[in-house]
Design a protein around this ligand. Structure first.
Ligand SMILES: NC(=O)c1ccc[n+]([C@@H]2O[C@H](COP(=O)([O-])OP(=O)(O)OC[C@H]3O[C@@H](n4cnc5c(N)ncnc54)[C@H](O)[C@@H]3O)[C@@H](O)[C@H]2O)c1
Length: 418
């Protein structure tokens, strides 16, 4: 408990976690009075799993009509969202749905979130980038994540790729948080190792980044009466700590053996606990730099986060000595002294990234040295993240992190801005 905290905590409306819990959904949807829904997913789930059919049939038996949109793609673009908006509006024949269901990883959930705000009017999604007005009333969303993960089932944002400038844009508002986040670990059993690794390191990144982010008392809410993100507090840190512990226990196990049910379940909890932390505390440099890296390389969200994570933790070691030492201890790293432990932690994180088959430097990810300045500028341009990095000179810190991440420099290695 930290008496100085200023808490503005925003979880999803209902959080349901349990193996097989998907079978409860039709009755819950009926109980909430919903009658006409759109289920947003991608071809994998329609062709290779029974889940879409099972839900549509059980819901129909209870008088709930569901239209399936299975055109979801990894890293959805604003163009995909606009095309989906038109296609679904035509399929609905002018009748607005009273709920939207997302089945899939963060990509399908984000597309569904965006559709919740575009379907009522048919307006392009770019109209909503930068914030919703009080008059914008999104359709209620039910999120069924199939990766562990992004935590999008508990956050206020939909992240879309803007093809006109190759960056990711966010549609963000607390009203976009799912009314129901239903986490059925069985959904994740079919994840191939690459998806398991990318999603798992994303969950760990969310937990660590939000554990180390700016305090709520220092956070600039810009006068917003209902901020999506508002800095870390003792409440968000509780969830972050638990998520880090779960990742320490289960991330590698899950990657090594996708049939390890305990590890799969542990990572589902890790993912949602991390989201309950970052979904209110917010994130900073890892995601800020990763968005810029993704714009240049088009690599996955988990990969672009992972490559930067050890270098950001390294940069924060002096500013967050207690917390970084705690994280080292959670991973069983004691070291001769707290400084040694944190140094070992950053090396451990880099080894974990390599173990998961992800490059450990920006150079190995294919970024050219000549691009480092523009990469830093692009990262700093994501001001909602840059403003939460808990150091005095954020511009200088981002520049150093980008260069260290390019060269693979950690700890005592030179951290010059060259
Ligand atoms: N809104 C947020 O708060 C938030 C947070 C983090 C990331 N994101 C976004 O999430 C996206 C990444 O999501 P992701 O890592 O969950 O991957 P994803 O949703 O992009 O899915 C990647 C691939 O894995 C497949 N897949 C997903 N679940 C599967 C399963 N159970 N079995 C077999 N295949 C499966 C998908 O069909 C897809 O082909 C990025 O676009 C990122 O920007 C959003």
């Amino acid at each position: 408990m930290r008496t100085e905290d200023l808490i503005h905590f925003c979880p999803p409306g209902r959080l349901i976690i349990g193996a097989g819990s998907r079978s409860q959904l039709p009755a819950l949807v009926a109980r909430l009075g919903y009658r006409k829904g759109v289920l947003v997913t991608d071809p994998f789930f329609v062709k290779s799993t029974p889940w879409v059919d099972e839900y549509v049939r059980s819901a129909s038996a209870l008088g709930i009509e569901t239209i399936v949109f299975d055109g979801g793609e990894a890293d959805p673009t604003t163009t995909l969202c606009d095309n989906a908006t038109q296609a679904v509006r035509i399929a609905l024949g002018g009748n607005a749905p009273d709920h939207v269901i997302a089945l899939g990883g963060g990509s399908n959930i984000d597309l569904a979130k965006a559709l919740c705000i575009t379907l009522p009017s048919g307006r392009p999604v770019r109209d909503f980038v930068g914030g919703l007005t009080a008059a914008d009333r999104p359709i209620p969303l039910i999120a069924l994540p199939t990766t562990a993960g992004t935590g999008s089932e508990a956050t206020p944002g939909a992240i879309l790729v803007d093809p006109s400038n190759a960056t990711k844009v966010a549609v963000m508002d607390n009203s976009l948080r799912p009314q129901i986040a239903l986490i059925d670990p069985e959904f994740t059993y079919t994840c191939p190792p690459r998806v398991t690794a990318d999603a798992g390191i994303d969950a760990l990144t969310h937990a660590i980044e939000s554990y180390l982010t700016l305090d709520s008392v220092q956070y600039d809410r810009g006068g917003h009466p209902d901020p999506g993100y508002s800095g870390r507090s003792s409440l968000t840190m509780l969830f972050a700590r638990e998520a880090i512990s779960l990742c320490a226990r289960y991330l590698k196990r899950c990657y090594d053996n996708g049939a390890d049910v305990e590890a799969r379940t542990g990572m589902c909890y890790a993912s949602v606990y991390a989201a309950l932390s970052y979904g209110s505390a917010g994130l900073n440099a890892v995601h800020g730099i990763a968005y810029a890296v993704a714009g240049m390389t088009h690599r996955s969200h988990g990969t672009t986060n992972a490559v930067v994570l050890p270098y950001v933790v390294d940069a924060l070691a002096a500013h967050r000595p207690t917390e970084t030492t705690e994280i080292a201890q959670i991973f069983g790293i004691c070291g001769e002294s707290p400084e040694h432990a944190v140094r070992e932690l950053t090396e451990f994180l880099r080894e974990l990234v390599a173990y998961l088959g992800i490059p450990t430097t920006l150079k190995d990810l294919g970024i050219a040295k000549a691009s480092l300045d523009s990469l830093t500028r692009d990262a700093l341009a994501v001001t909602r993240l840059a403003k939460s990095f808990p150091v005095c000179d954020v511009e200088d810190a981002y520049g150093r992190i980008v260069r260290n991440a390019y060269h693979g420099r950690l700890g005592k290695a030179p951290t010059s801005n060259k």
